[in-house]
Design a protein around this ligand. Structure first.
Ligand code: FAD
Length: 528
């Protein structure tokens, strides 16, 4: 007999991992060996627009986890299953082969994954295995922070207030540091079936998701794999100042940043976080999205600032709450996993550009008979947006940064997204898909939440008439970056006091009121 921990794409760590911890406790109590499993599913990755960068990051982390678990005499077995419908059967047959008493996994809240797990639960029950799926992704799991009417919050601010109240009411529960897994006895290597699992290799790449060698090198430098790297990123955010470098991430572990607790990025976060020309934020999103560090650990680490008495609701902690919020929206509203807008009424919005998965089509290629621009113009606008050739410096800098690094500062994500949706009037799903295909931190809940917020189709969305004035923004520091060679207007370097009051240092609080019917194409801009 044995116990199986099924690791998923969002919990690539050994420390503070709820399902792994529970599986290990069960194995120890019943004197059974613990085995871990990872299922690679290229069909799933394609269906969910997973970026080759995120897949490569997954494989790099899995290789390290396999080694660390092996030191505890726990095998990590990887299976590549080309057909995603066959995953439940494959997992069950793995459990049967190992005569497992049960399987433990952390819940994935996306619709396809929930359906798959429900099927596994049913089959496991009929075959007499235990199937234990537990909450781990969020600090406060979906379904706990609800309105007085017992509904999911649709507005962030009251959600955040209720979230921090709930968290502070039961810190030991919500911020529990789950125990590390116990080692298997060494005798596990004598078990023929388990011994073979130690020999299986984590693949170096997945067909269809290979990275070109240069990109791989860049990703390895900017986003080193492993829990040690993630914890060091967090430590540096808490204890070191932001540097004067551009937003393009460089090797975070080799920059010689010195501790400066009083002026740490955390302490300056409230005022500096929207300055995209420095590394003012934590850059932990790839690690949080892949679960290389838990969101609980992030909150715990900020608690010495509040004398460990309670979790404060400082601005950075509120960002972690945004992450939880979007997971709750995804979990409570399956339609957002299916390409539908959160606000159903926005199905009627007239978008320019090509049809997406048949949505809004009348059977022809043109998406919408009311679209004003010829399809070819919209398609060419989309290509210019993707390749950072729009002529709007900050949009182009942002889009080139996505392409080069797989990451983008939050404020610039909002600007680039708003430019596509509200200047070019392109369906937000075109941008959502492109970001997923290129970001290393691509996460359905946060990406979808961000895009729908920008498009004013989502939960707590910005009002439809609020449009970032990307056209008037530029980026003084880009001129010193090799990767973002842009022409900078001189006014951007010495903004007048009126300009700075309106835009701050690229804080795009300034918005224009424009009717939704306005269409501003790159072609029009070039003609100006
Ligand atoms: P910090 O400012 O240090 O914040 C700490 C953590 O809080 C982040 O790592 C992230 O996990 C969470 N967080 C911060 N802001 C948000 C937010 N607005 N929504 C949800 N969580 C947040 N984030 C992703 O992790 N994956 C995505 O695919 C993604 N796509 C986005 C698409 C759009 C259009 C927009 C506007 C935002 C998107 N975000 C996404 C949210 C946000 O931009 C990133 O989380 C943030 O830029 C990551 O940088 P950081 O780790 O330095 O963040």
């Amino acid at each position: 007999e044995s116990v199986v921990y099924w690791m998923r794409m969002g919990d690539l760590r050994i420390s503070d991992n709820r399902a792994l911890s529970l599986a290990s406790a069960h194995a120890k109590k019943n004197k059974l060996p613990l085995v871990s499993l990872f299922v690679l599913s290229p069909e799933d990755y394609k269906a969910h627009d997973r970026s080759p960068r995120r897949i490569d990051f997954t494989l790099r982390n899995l290789a390290l986890i396999k080694d660390s678990l092996a030191k505890l005499h726990i095998p990590l077995h990887t299976i590549t299953q080309p057909k995603r419908r066959e995953i439940p059967g494959q997992v069950i047959s793995f459990l049967e082969q190992l005569n497992a008493s049960g399987v433990y996994a952390n819940i994935e809240y996306e619709v396809d994954e929930l359906r798959r797990d429900i099927q596994i639960c049913k089959t496991a029950k009929s075959k007499g295995f235990g199937a234990h799926f537990v909450h781990d992704k969020c600090v406060v799991e979906p379904g706990v922070v609800l309105t007085k009417e017992n509904r999911t919050y649709a507005v962030y601010s009251p959600y955040q207030r209720a979230w921090i109240k709930k968290l502070n009411a039961d810190i030991p529960h919500f911020l529990e540091d789950c125990p590390e897994p116990h080692p298997n006895p060494q005798s596990v290597h004598e078990n023929k079936k388990i011994k073979d699992l130690f020999n299986s290799q984590v693949p170096q790449s997945i067909p269809g998701f290979e990275l070109d060698p240069n990109d791989r090198k860049r990703m390895e430098l900017a986003w080193p794999a492993g829990e040690i790297a993630a914890n060091e990123m967090l430590r540096r955010f808490l204890h070191t100042k932001s540097r004067t470098s551009q937003m393009v991430p460089s090797n975070p572990l080799a920059d010689g940043a010195e501790d400066s607790p009083k002026h740490s990025r955390l302490s300056a976060y409230d005022t500096d976080r929207d300055n995209a020309d420095k590394d003012t934020t934590s850059r932990l999103s790839p690690y949080l999205a892949a679960g290389i560090i838990s969101a609980r650990a992030c909150i715990r680490a900020t608690m010495p600032a509040t004398k460990n008495a309670h979790a404060d609701s400082g601005r950075w902690v509120q960002e972690i709450a945004w992450r939880d919020f979007y997971v709750c929206i995804l979990a409570g509203n399956p339609r957002v996993s299916m390409g539908r807008p959160y606000q159903e009424k926005s199905v009627d919005i007239v978008w320019e550009g090509p049809a997406l998965d048949g949505a809004y089509t009348d059977g022809k290629q043109q998406i919408n008979p009311k679209a004003e621009l010829p399809l070819a113009t919209s398609e060419s606008n989309i290509e210019k947006w993707k390749s950072g050739q729009t002529g709007y410096p900050i949009v182009d800098a942002g889009m080139r940064c996505v392409k080069e690094t797989g990451y983008l500062h939050n404020r610039v994500r909002m600007i680039c997204a708003m430019f596509l949706v509200k200047h070019l009037m392109i369906d937000w799903r075109v941008g959502e898909k492109y970001f997923m295909e290129n970001l290393i931190d691509g996460d359905l809940a946060s990406n979808n939440g961000g895009w729908q917020w920008v498009a004013s189709t989502g939960v707590d969305a910005c009002p439809y008439f609020r449009i970032f004035t990307a056209a008037t923004l530029s980026w003084s520091t880009c001129s010193s970056s090799n990767t973002l060679p842009l022409t900078i207007p001189s006014t951007a370097r010495t903004p007048s006091s009126r300009q700075s009051a309106k835009y701050g240092r690229y804080r795009t609080s300034g918005c224009e009121r424009r009717p939704m019917t306005l269409r501003s194409s790159i072609a029009e801009k070039s003609a100006e």
